[in-house]
Ligand binder design. Structure first.
Ligand SMILES: [Zn+2]
Length: 233
């Protein structure tokens, strides 16, 4: 990973007293609120390592404590600059919390930080293990649209509905599988960090996470598409 935030943050100094802040929200020497150091990330914002297993209770606790400390109400008697910093940091805090609280968004974010989030080049391409089902699904969807069209064979509707419902269940279970796989590969990521795996090993895990995310978004689109069609029948 390039330019870890710790290096950037550790060179940060207080705008008011010039003490080294280590990238903290408040200067350890004078207590003044600090701007977010350039290159700081959402993990660092909460004082967390870049790990993907996050205890949601702990994250929520950190969030509440920070939102209280950074709240603009605490800065009504300070300078305009400090009031602005409190507004900026509070809004960054909300973005950071929303992203890290959601496991998939958290993975997307981590990959984005490392420049490793790459959408599939052929977005419309089905994962190989689903090719046949996707082909059948598209056929059923075409038939459904034909049956629904004026002059279409309305009698076919209920059997087509049943087919689509079966497909929906199938893809929902594929989505659950891919979520489990994402869970496994994120655990692998945490282990790689724990064992200080080298850049090449980390990159490999990130490539796998990216691939799983692409598969997940493909399947999720399928599930949503079928749901929409069924709602329209
Ligand atoms: Zn200071």
């Amino acid at each position: 990973m390039s330019a870890p935030s710790t290096t950037v943050a550790s060179t940060a100094t207080c705008w008011s007293c010039s003490a080294a802040t280590g990238g903290t929200h408040f200067c350890p020497a004078c207590g003044k609120i600090q701007p977010l150091p350039r290159g700081a990330d959402y993990f660092a914002f909460f004082g967390l390592p870049r790990k993907l297993t996050i205890d949601s209770t702990d994250l929520e606790r950190r969030f509440h404590s920070l939102s209280w400390k950074l709240h603009p109400d605490n800065f009504v008697r300070t300078s305009e600059e400090e009031r602005q910093l409190s507004l900026d940091r509070s809004s960054q805090l909300n973005d950071a919390y929303r992203t890290l609280a959601e496991p998939v968004a958290r993975v997307e974010y981590l990959l984005g930080l490392a420049g490793m989030r790459k959408e599939g080049q052929k977005k419309q391409q089905a994962p190989p293990e689903l090719l046949e089902e996707v082909f059948e699904l598209n056929e059923s969807l075409d038939e459904l649209r034909d049956a629904r069209a004026p002059g279409g064979d309305g009698a076919q509707m209920s059997s087509l509905r049943a087919k689509l419902e079966a497909a929906q269940h199938k893809f929902e279970s594929s989505l659950a599988d891919v979520d489990q796989e994402l869970g496994r590969v994120t655990t692998e990521w945490d282990r790689a960090l724990d064992s200080s795996a080298d850049d090449a090993a980390q990159k490999k895990v990130m490539e796998r996470m990216n691939e799983v995310l692409n598969r997940r978004s493909y399947i999720r689109n399928l599930v949503n598409g079928v749901r929409q069609e069924l709602a329209g029948t």
